[in-house]
Write a protein that binds this ligand. Structure first.
Ligand code: MTE
Ligand code: HPA
Ligand code: MOS
Length: 779
């Protein structure tokens, strides 16, 4: 053996964690060989289902004539709520979500019946043929209307610290206003889909595109009136979930399973895009009323916000979403005397649900809007006002909900970005440009992010994993997390490879499967890699310890000195290839597989007082965006974006940078072009990409500089990394405020442009008109 191939040198060069490794399925994605639920070869006799949808936002169902549906070509069966063998419910927390409407419809698009046919097309055609008679009831369509009617899906919540009123009265300055921030469709590329295959003795296998296989298992079991152990839910991967498949994959899983169980035949239910958008919930839109007092330096001394969201017809996850909004209103700012209220308006629309950020973005954007106004009122750069209000290191470091911010790096992070983006020089350049340009106006903004990591429902912060080492030295890891493109499998595989000292190519991740790891939490709240990485590490470590003990038997020495690296085991001066030791250990009857478990320590939360320690740690970030706005058409372009994100000690910088880029553009879409619009009849009219505009590749800035901020997690997270899935969605606040800055230049930065999100071209023109009118009046 020559030196370069020596195990010691190979081990020295070896490294898996922290390396920019390609996504475990990257090649399969590109080659079209990655199996999504609809690609699974169909079992002989498979039938296809489609849903019949309500045309009314709120009505009693007088009659449903389904005879024409039954008579349609290829139809095998039609089922309504009465046919459901078990419970007609797919709600995740409060059980107010019927699978099929029972006597009452509460939004346009609500499923009323399910038709099963020989083909997908025949099922869809038949679903439109029902004759439905309704007795219409008054409908509530907006959060403001819900608030006026005191129509809520759960009691409003409130978080208070200090004495807002007294502090406000003492404050020398104040701002008061309203803001509306629209919702957002998840627009996963792969729509909702479930494929249910009956098995012997009341068994059912459900292949489902879901972030939450365990919950699908429970919902299907209840709907069929069987035990959880009868149901197996499997998901190899999703073509995106973005929160939309956290709870709302349940309807599809349950409906497919109900049909399959009644017919004892495999049934697939795959939504086409329009049905998917009409049926499922989205990001919650928010309406805010704020009153904030500040001093001459721009320091906030009293803040009050009243938020109301469009929850839709049922609770779904609106409670935890609103809670996260409340706990993110502070963003990176210390608010001494504060009152935050949030209410979940019950409306006759889709039941809104999780979407990347889960209320966090909606909470934080309100305070950013306020700070932007304070800066303009004082004639100061908004970055200076932001900085004055940042959480301190040792003082002013307690959040309104009582958690001490012990890992604050926002000062350093923003300073680094301010310098690397040349913020100050570009601020001047923008001013010069605007002075010479009557129609095109530039805008610039830097916005910070602090995002709490952990489920805000404490018990959900747990995970399990199984690691199997085979006799040839190859390794399989199965964990409770689900792959939706975010790279959780790659990260968990890296952790396992690191623990056992092998190359990543020796580790494979399997589909998520409720019969392998049970009672899993949704892959959500950005905690997937944190929780499942730790659980897999725990499993792999146990196998390593057994192998180390066995190596000591063979070679002597101390188990704690046995090293696993570069596919080699180093024990007491001996070197043995990993597969060789494994082979020997097998013959010696050493257990070569293990389970692993993790529960995040130190979390607690009291929902009554809205206080405690809900988050394990915070992830930080900031971004600078520069836009140019055409003030005649309202068109705009993001010319350059610089983002700096604190992924801790990144497990995989390639994946993390991809997550930051993706979240940035997705958040930009939310705040600019993606507009949900319901007509007066309560029908969502923007239910396809023709009318609902997600960003395209041409909307990405030509100059896009994304970097990771080097910063080990102070918490003992998996290899000191930090979560990355959701927090970067808040970075494009900078795009929204850069647009507001450009609009503001029209009035010489003298008045605050009223600007709601999404800042569509139409909204931008309205804002410009309002600024011009205000300046005209003042003149
Ligand atoms: N990235 C891709 N490509 N696709 C997705 O669906 N979902 C986001 C984020 N990044 C998503 C994604 C959301 S909403 C969450 S909560 C996290 O990934 C979940 O995965 P993680 O916890 O493993 O980061
Ligand atoms: N994020 C996502 N899903 C959740 C959360 C959260 O914070 N809490 C409960 N379910
Ligand atoms: Mo993500 S919204 O927590 O699925």
């Amino acid at each position: 053996m020559n030196d370069a191939g020596s195990p010691i040198l190979k081990a020295a060069a070896w490294g898996v964690v922290g390396k920019a490794k390609a996504h475990e399925s990257a090649e399969l994605h590109v080659l079209g060989q990655a199996t999504y639920t609809d690609d699974i070869p169909e079992v002989q006799g498979t039938l296809h289902a489609a849903l019949g949808l309500s045309e009314k936002p709120h009505a009693r169902i007088v009659s449903m004539d389904l005879a024409p549906v039954r008579a349609s070509r290829g139809v095998v069966a039609v089922y309504t709520a009465q046919d459901i063998p078990g419970t007609n419910d797919c709600g995740p927390i409060i059980h107010d979500d019927p699978i099929l409407a029972d006597g009452l419809v509460q939004y346009v698009g609500q499923p009323m019946f399910v038709v099963v046919a020989d083909t997908h097309d025949n099922a869809r055609r038949a679903a439109r043929l029902a004759t439905l008679e309704y007795d219409e009831l008054p409908a509530i369509l907006t959060p403001q209307a819900a608030k006026a009617a005191q129509s809520y899906v759960l009691p409003p919540m409130q978080l208070k610290r200090g004495d807002w009123q007294a502090a406000f009265e003492r404050a020398p300055h104040s701002v008061k206003g309203e803001l509306y921030v629209g919702g957002q469709e998840q627009f996963y590329l792969e729509g909702q889909v479930a494929y249910a295959i009956p098995k012997e003795n009341k068994g059912m296998l459900v292949q489902c595109s879901t972030q939450h296989p365990s919950e699908m298992q429970h919902v299907v079991a209840h709907a069929l009136g069987v035990h959880s152990h009868n149901i197996v839910v499997e998901c190899r991967r999703m073509g995106g979930g973005f929160g939309g498949k956290e709870s709302q994959s349940a309807l599809w899983a349950a409906a497919a399973a109900i049909c399959a169980s009644l017919l004892m035949r495999p049934v697939k239910l795959r939504a086409d895009r329009d049905d998917d958008m009409l049926v499922t919930g989205k990001r919650h839109c928010f309406h805010y009323e704020y009153e904030v007092g500040y001093d001459a330096n721009g320091k906030i001394v009293a803040a009050k916000v009243d938020m109301v969201t469009r929850a839709g017809y049922s609770a779904d996850l609106s409670g935890p979403v609103a809670t996260r909004a409340v706990c993110h209103f502070d963003n990176t700012y210390y608010l001494s005397d504060v009152e935050i209220r949030a209410a979940c308006g019950k409306t006759n629309t889709q039941s809104n649900t999780a979407f990347r950020g889960f209320g966090g973005p909606q909470g934080a954007i309100a305070i950013e809007y306020v700070i932007d106004e304070i800066a303009r009122n004082l004639g100061r750069d908004s970055l200076d006002i932001r900085r004055i209000n940042f959480y301190g290191r040792d003082t002013d470091n307690v959040t309104p909900y009582g958690q001490v911010v012990v890992d604050n790096v926002i000062h350093e992070l923003v300073a680094e970005l301010e310098a690397s983006s040349e913020y100050r020089a570009r601020r001047e350049a923008v001013a010069r440009f605007n002075a010479a340009s009557p129609v095109l106006k530039k805008g610039l903004a830097l916005t910070p992010v602090k995002f709490g990591i952990a489920f805000n429902v404490t018990h959900l912060n747990q995970a399990g994993a199984l690691v199997h080492v085979y006799v040839d030295g190859s390794i399989i890891v199965n964990h409770g997390g689900t792959e939706m493109g975010q790279g959780i499998n790659t990260k968990v595989m890296q952790v396992v490879a690191h623990e056992l000292g092998v190359d990543l190519s020796h580790v494979r991740a399997t589909a998520t499967d409720t019969s392998k790891v049970s009672n899993t939490s949704a892959t959500a709240a950005s905690t997937g890699a944190d929780l499942n990485g730790k659980a897999a590490q725990d499993a792999a470590r146990q196998i390593r310890e057994r192998l180390a003990a066995y190596a000591v038997k063979l070679y002597g020495g101390d188990a704690k000195d046995v090293r696993f690296a570069g596919d080699t085991v180093f024990a007491n001066g001996h070197e043995v290839a990993f597969p060789v030791l494994v082979q020997q250990a097998y013959l010696a009857r050493v257990q070569l597989w293990s389970d692993g478990f993790y529960a995040t320590p130190g979390l607690h939360w009291d929902p009554k007082t809205m206080s405690g320690h809900p988050f394990s740690y915070y992830a930080y970030g900031a971004a600078v965006s520069e836009v140019v706005v055409d003030t005649l058409t309202g068109e705009w372009k993001l010319e350059r974006a610089d983002a700096l994100y604190d992924a801790g000690r990144s497990l995989n910088p390639a994946i993390d940078i991809g997550q930051v880029e993706g979240a940035f553009i997705q958040g930009m879409g939310w705040l600019t072009t993606e507009q949900l619009w319901w007509n007066e009849g309560g029908k969502l009219m923007t239910h396809a990409p023709s009318t609902y505009k997600i960003p395209g590749v041409s909307d990405c800035p030509e100059d896009f500089r994304v970097r990771l901020f080097d910063n080990g997690n102070v918490e003992d997270s998996i290899h000191r990394s930090k979560a990355v899935g959701e927090p970067p969605l808040l970075l494009p606040f900078s795009v929204f405020f850069a647009i507001r800055d450009a609009v503001s230049s029209v009035g010489g930065h003298k008045v605050n442009p009223p600007l709601n999100a999404p800042a569509t071209s139409e909204e931008i023109l309205k804002s410009i008109a309002a600024v011009e009118a205000a300046v005209g009046q003042a003149a």
